[in-house]
Design a protein around this ligand. Structure first.
Ligand code: URA
Length: 272
């Protein structure tokens, strides 16, 4: 008779794999890119030297490989902060220590162009999931080493980019100042874009604040680079594979930079 291994309801692991991600510690590298769309995982990994698919369960698709000899993984997180929170939880439990969200975004500042990148230094927590973890006053801040590596990568690859604060909402429409169905538009959302513009916010998307909050609570590093596919000033919208490739390339290159720095630090015994 096969012996049944009991599964803990508070931390479910099935045959050595995390319940949602279907991955175990041997399936991922400690450096993980986290796009939302599972389809983008293959596109990002095609920029690497080699990769293997490790799991594809619900919205979570994971591949692991090498980029310029740097071990690297990419796991899709689905749309929104609740799904992102599960990815960060389970990736951290199996050994991830550095995360970079690679996403698409809506730019809200004049002067931004379609296809430009936004590198986030922090995020306005307009999401609900991060409030399940910590008080709303707690800041969602990127790790400085990841921000530096992303800026260096974008500069070396000569890809146009903006650096600053992102706003992460739970919804694509009213939460980002777009009218809902049948022109439903609560007064609290009608001035959202201009309020955020005045506050110097660069862009809207849906996952960065949750990633930054959880990563810093868990003492891990996180950053984000998103490509502008919606321009909320000129009212343009465009899906373009070449533009999306830019974000994947900059994020992979930043991981290479961080890995080189980490390797150098561990050889001289520094942990700063
Ligand atoms: N993703 C978002 O969340 N908002 C946009 O405007 C574009 C992509």
């Amino acid at each position: 008779m096969v012996k049944k291994i009991p599964i803990s309801a508070s931390a479910p692991i099935l045959e050595g794999k995390q319940y949602h991600l279907a991955c175990g510690p041997k399936d991922i590298a400690p450096y993980v890119l986290t796009p939302g769309d599972p389809e983008r995982v293959g596109k990002i990994a095609s920029l690497w030297d080699s990769f293997q698919e490790k799991a594809y369960h619900r919205e979570y698709r994971t591949v692991t490989g090498f980029y310029y000899k740097t071990p690297i993984s990419c796991t899709s997180t689905g749309i929104g902060s609740p799904a992102m929170s599960i990815a960060v939880e389970e990736l951290t439990r199996i050994g991830a220590h550095t995360f970079i969200r690679v996403g698409t975004t809506g730019g809200i500042q004049p002067g931004q162009k379609m296809g430009d990148l936004v590198i986030s230094t922090g995020a306005v927590r307009l999401d609900g999931a991060s409030r399940d973890y910590v008080i709303p006053e707690y800041p969602a801040i990127a790790h400085y080493q990841v921000v530096q590596a992303l800026i260096q990568a974008a500069q070396e690859l000569k890809i146009p980019h903006h650096i600053g604060i992102t706003a992460s909402a739970d919804t694509f429409y009213t939460g980002q100042g777009r009218p809902g169905y049948n022109n439903y538009f609560p007064s609290t959302k009608q001035n959202l874009i201009s309020d955020m513009q005045q506050a110097g916010i660069q862009n809207f998307e849906m996952e960065v604040a949750c990633l930054f909050t959880l990563a810093s609570l868990f003492k891990k590093r996180a950053g984000a680079v998103c490509v502008i596919i919606a321009n909320r000033v000129t009212d343009e919208f465009e899906i373009n594979d070449e533009y999306q490739k830019r974000a994947g390339l900059v994020a992979s290159h930043a991981i290479k930079i961080l890995h080189q720095q980490d390797t150098k630090k561990s050889s001289i015994g520094s942990n700063s």
